[in-house]
Design a protein around this ligand. Structure first.
Ligand code: SF4
Length: 285
């Protein structure tokens, strides 16, 4: 039996496909990544679509399709979900996984609470780490639960692994204890936080004061969502406030096709431009 796995739009090794690969390889099936062009060469086909905005190609009717960009209800069977990813599928030299799912907040632009429900612990790094030097956590809000956060911190520190909190941490939950723990970890990427909604400002400022206290400012960056429910003035206010606090903002447009949002994101995210030209003088028309 030959199983084809189609990664339609992932920007990193696709965790679900790596688990499906592990499952079928354990049954001695031949498994490989492929493209819709070669679909007819396989006995079984699985495709994953992460983003709603990416194109859906023609696929044979029998293809099993999953991913948030296809359906919020698609789930891996538990017997596959709990498997160690097959990192060889992508030649991936770092570990990837979740130790928690869900989120207790209800940001109106976010699918996580709808798809995964409330924050809950699902495991720890030993479910997906096999001795790699680097580890990418996909948890959406790891520091919601301080005890669990500290458990993961202990494991990462003990194993001397470099860590990337790929989905970021929630600045509104950040405590002194968590920040101190962060100073003791080997970071593979800057720590991502977010300031998406204007009403979060007091908690964002409080969290930033904790980052200052622990000398974590230069190791941090903030995502700033624009075009959802903030005005252009509020977009400029947030990026300038962050700049004033010595923090790198990174703008995420809600509508990637909107001219203003594209231009504002380009202005902020191209650091050399952001540093040398004001928004007022930045011509984008
Ligand atoms: S805090 Fe993050 S994961 Fe939770 S609902 Fe808001 S955007 Fe989504």
């Amino acid at each position: 039996m030959k199983v084809g796995l189609i990664d339609l739009d992932s920007k990193m090794p696709n965790l679900a496909l790596m688990k499906i690969s592990r499952y079928f390889k354990s049954l001695n099936y031949k498994v490989e990544l492929t493209s819709p062009l070669f679909a007819k060469d396989y006995d079984e086909l699985f495709a994953s679509k992460i983003f709603t905005y990416s194109e859906m190609p023609m696929l044979p009717e029998s293809t099993i399709i999953g991913g948030s960009g296809y359906s919020l209800d698609s789930r891996l069977d538990e017997s596959i979900e709990n498997l160690m990813p097959d990192y060889s599928l992508y030649g991936c030299d770092y570990a990837i996984g979740f130790t928690t799912r869900g989120c207790n907040r209800k940001c109106p632009f976010c699918i996580v609470p709808k798809k995964e429900g409330k924050f809950h612990v699902v495991g720890d790094i030993y479910d997906f780490w096999q001795g790699q030097k680097k580890l990418m956590l996909l948890d959406n809000s790891l520091n919601t639960d301080e005890d669990h956060f500290l458990k993961i911190y202990d494991q990462v520190k003990k194993e001397k692994v470099s860590i990337n909190f790929n989905q970021g941490l929630d600045i509104r939950y950040l405590t002194d204890i968590q920040a101190k723990a962060l100073t003791e970890l080997k970071l593979w990427k800057q720590i991502h936080f977010a300031w998406d909604l204007m009403e979060s400002e007091p908690l964002v400022r409080h969290g930033i004061s904790i980052l200052y206290h622990h000398n974590l400012i230069s190791k941090s960056m903030f995502y700033v969502l624009i075009g959802f429910n903030t005005t252009k003035e509020e977009d400029l206010y947030r990026v300038e406030e962050l700049r004033g606090l010595g923090i790198d903002p990174f703008v995420m447009p809600y509508d990637k096709f909107d001219e203003y949002q594209k231009a504002f994101a380009r202005w902020v995210n191209m650091k050399s431009v952001f540093k040398s030209v004001s928004w007022k003088d930045y011509k984008y028309a």
